[in-house]
Design a protein around this ligand. Structure first.
Ligand SMILES: [Fe+2]
Ligand SMILES: [Fe+2]
Length: 268
């Protein structure tokens, strides 16, 4: 029996949290999900995460929250990250960053899942090389780990695809987050690593990557300062279901999932 792993990308504010509250328990049930990983960098009104928001998501069945460029937007997270091993932040942040770049958690059946978080370099700032950082992290991961997941939080599809090829056969899945738009390039590479360049956001798609349209357009057209605000209603779930052979750590299937706003509205 393969392990069923649900991958959720960036969860955007209230709309994303409400969508998960309405739909995640059913998705876990329907697909007999053993493990859930999600990206938490936009949980708190689009910017960073607080203990309160993170607990809400953990209580719905998410096992690990990864992060990205919005990691430190809420100051309390600088302290919080060291208090809970379910939080990871990009491993290629500087050595001054608190927290950890990878974690190992156990499923109810006792399978050990490693989650590694990396941030891209292209259009993302001057981070250390995610490729070489992945090599260094993999050298530290214990041998008894059954599955290795990699969240590459990056802007460029090319960089994310490149990383998947670089790690093919060494990890179970390389998936992207950050753009908030899902890609339909999911595939299993020749040596058994599943790949999807971006899982997309869980939040409102009646938006500009989760943010209110009028504000986003003012910024784009007038080029004047304007604070982004997330759309709070109409959240949708976009996620990816990964099946991994626990004996080999290789992916056997990868499939995109979706729960529309209409579908979720009926469950609220
Ligand atoms: Fe994001
Ligand atoms: Fe991001």
């Amino acid at each position: 029996m393969p392990l069923n792993i649900l991958i959720i990308g960036d969860i955007i504010g209230k709309a994303g949290r409400r969508a998960l509250r309405a739909g995640l328990p059913e998705l876990i049930d329907r697909h007999m999900v053993d493990f859930v990983v999600a990206n938490g960098e936009n949980l708190a009104a689009g910017f960073g995460l607080t203990g309160k928001c993170a607990n809400e998501i953990f209580n719905l069945g998410v096992d690990v929250l990864t992060n990205g460029n919005h990691c430190w937007d809420q100051k309390e997270f600088l302290k919080l990250i060291d208090q809970d091993a379910r939080f990871v932040r990009p491993a290629n942040f500087t050595s001054f960053a608190p927290g950890r770049g990878w974690t190992v958690r156990e499923t109810a059946a006792g399978h050990r899942i490693a989650v590694i978080n990396l941030i891209g370099q292209t259009f993302m700032g001057g981070w250390a090389c995610p490729f070489l950082t992945a090599d260094a992290v993999l050298a530290q991961i214990p041998d008894d780990v059954d599955v290795i997941l990699v969240d590459i939080h990056a802007e460029a599809s090319s960089e994310k695809m490149g990383l998947a090829w670089y790690l093919d056969g060494r990890v179970s899945c390389v998936y992207g987050t950050h753009t908030h738009v899902p890609t339909c390039d999911e595939a299993i590479l020749p040596k058994g690593t599943a790949r999807q360049s971006d899982v997309g956001m869980t939040g409102s798609y009646q938006s500009v990557i989760g943010m209110k349209v009028d504000i986003a357009l003012k910024r784009m057209v007038q080029k004047l300062p304007q604070r982004f605000e997330p759309v709070e209603r109409g959240g949708e779930i976009r996620a990816t279901l990964l099946r991994v052979d626990a004996a080999t750590g290789k992916a056997v299937a990868i499939e995109r999932l979706m729960m529309s706003a209409e579908e979720l509205e009926g469950r609220r």
